[in-house]
Design a protein around this ligand. Structure first.
Ligand SMILES: Nc1ncnc2c1ncn2[C@@H]1O[C@H](COP(=O)(O)OP(=O)(O)O)[C@@H](O)[C@H]1O
Ligand SMILES: O=C(O)C1=C[C@@H](OP(=O)(O)O)[C@@H](O)[C@H](O)C1
Ligand SMILES: [Mg+2]
Length: 171
């Protein structure tokens, strides 16, 4: 099947970009951050785009762009935290090997740079993230073939588990 060898999903700050880059290096393939595709398309960082376009238009654009990326990119793809919740995206992800990087709220809040990168989390990032995790976990679980916990674990440990899912994978 054509398409990315691995797709990472999970909440903002779960480590999709960090672990995705490491996985691509280890596998000897390209890495692509879907937030960069959104930025290239619209000329603003993804976090600011959510605010300027509004969530609905942002998600329409995510679905459209992703539909173009999936058939043409064969490396490791890190999605934006909200991408799997965009209407039509779970269907697009269905044939691909998706791994969910899970993280507990308390660990997430300690990760660096979270709020400046995600201005839409204001004015109450803790409450917003709690709600977001509750709403999205079922979606992430549904689109993913495997879930890897990341709370209190170094990116290298997470990477080992992510790579192991590829060895076990039949898709
Ligand atoms: N397993 C981890 N443990 C601690 N901090 C991490 C871990 N994975 C990523 N981080 C840090 O959390 C922040 C967000 O990581 P990033 O890879 O950008 O997440 P995402 O792409 O899922 O939003 C970065 O500062 C990164 O260094
Ligand atoms: O969770 C979200 O709704 C978002 C997560 C961001 O990506 P990361 O998860 O890579 O930070 C980015 O796409 C945008 O700010 C929206
Ligand atoms: Mg990212």
């Amino acid at each position: 099947m054509n398409g990315p060898v691995l797709i990472l999903v999970g909440p903002p700050g779960s480590g999709k970009s960090t672990v995705g880059r490491l996985a691509a290096k280890r596998l000897g393939v390209d890495f692509r951050d879907f937030d960069d595709d959104m930025e290239a398309e619209h000329g603003l960082p993804a976090g600011e785009l959510v605010v300027s376009l509004g969530r609905e238009k942002f998600q329409e654009s995510e679905r459209e762009l992703l539909a173009g990326v999936l058939p043409t990119f064969t490396g490791v793809l890190a999605l934006g935290g909200g991408t799997p919740t965009a209407p039509g995206v779970p269907e697009l992800l269905e044939p691909h090997h998706v791994v969910f990087l899970d993280v507990e709220l308390e660990h997430l809040l300690r990760r660096e740079g979270l709020v400046p990168l995600h201005p839409w989390l204001m004015p109450n990032p803790r409450a917003h993230l709690r709600e977001l995790l509750n709403q999205r976990r079922p979606v992430y679980t549904r689109v993913a073939a495997a879930t890897v916990p990341t709370s209190g674990r170094e990116p290298d440990e997470v990477l080992a588990d992510v790579l192991a899912t590829l060895e076990l994978s039949t898709d």
